[in-house]
Design a protein around this ligand. Structure first.
Ligand SMILES: Nc1nc2c(ncn2[C@@H]2O[C@H](COP(=O)(O)OP(=O)(O)OP(=O)(O)O)[C@@H](O)[C@H]2O)c(=O)[nH]1
Ligand SMILES: [Mg+2]
Length: 173
């Protein structure tokens, strides 16, 4: 299962769903979680599961993680939603399925400002405190070195592609 948290996570999951070349990834189940109902509505289609977060996890069905062997969580760190919900979601997934959990997350570009970077650092420490998840961090700033032409418009699309590449190249179902 690919579980997206927050605005960036949902955009990344969408890119994975659209562009994945590995069959296991194309066939994976997708869950989109966000506090932003308008953004979330963009991903609502028959084959997806999307859930609006409203302060607690009561809206997540108990059986959601049943029989999920491998859970990949995608998110952009640096925002409020992901920081607020990620540990609770991981605990929920752990209790329900004991599944193998991997987080693939990006850290912000410097152009987003120090506050975002600091928030991302804090979220990483929250995740690390849980201890039982693997975390693959992709530093968005690396894209600046890789793509000298990167700009405000294409930056997040390049990041989405890099996340997909990381999952296909390093994670085996
Ligand atoms: N790859 C990718 N990263 C993004 C995108 N949009 C934002 N980001 C990155 O993700 C970080 C977190 O942003 P969001 O996902 O919007 O934050 P959130 O978890 O929804 O939290 P709030 O919106 O603050 O409630 C940002 O600081 C950016 O670095 C995107 O479309 N794709
Ligand atoms: Mg958001």
């Amino acid at each position: 299962m690919i579980l997206a948290i927050g605005g960036a996570g949902c955009n990344m999951a969408e890119a994975i769903k659209e562009k994945a070349s590995d069959k296991w990834l194309r066939d994976a189940s997708f869950v989109f979680l966000d506090t932003d109902a308008e953004h979330l509505s963009k991903f609502e289609r028959d084959d997806r599961y999307s859930i609006i977060l409203n302060g607690d996890l009561n809206d997540i069905p108990a059986e959601l993680f049943n029989q999920v062997g491998s859970l990949i969580i995608v998110a952009g760190l640096g925002g409020n939603t992901t920081q607020k919900y990620i540990s609770e979601i991981i605990r929920h997934a752990n209790i329900d399925s004991g599944s193998d959990i991997t987080i693939v997350a990006t850290t912000p570009f410097l152009f987003e400002g120090e506050e975002r970077v600091a928030k991302a650092t804090k979220t990483v420490s929250i995740i690390k405190d849980l201890g039982n998840v693997r975390i693959n961090l992709f530093n968005n700033e690396d894209l600046v070195k890789r793509f000298p032409d990167i700009n405000f418009i294409n930056a997040f699309e390049l990041a989405d592609n890099a996340v997909l590449e990381l999952i296909e190249n390093t994670l085996i179902p």
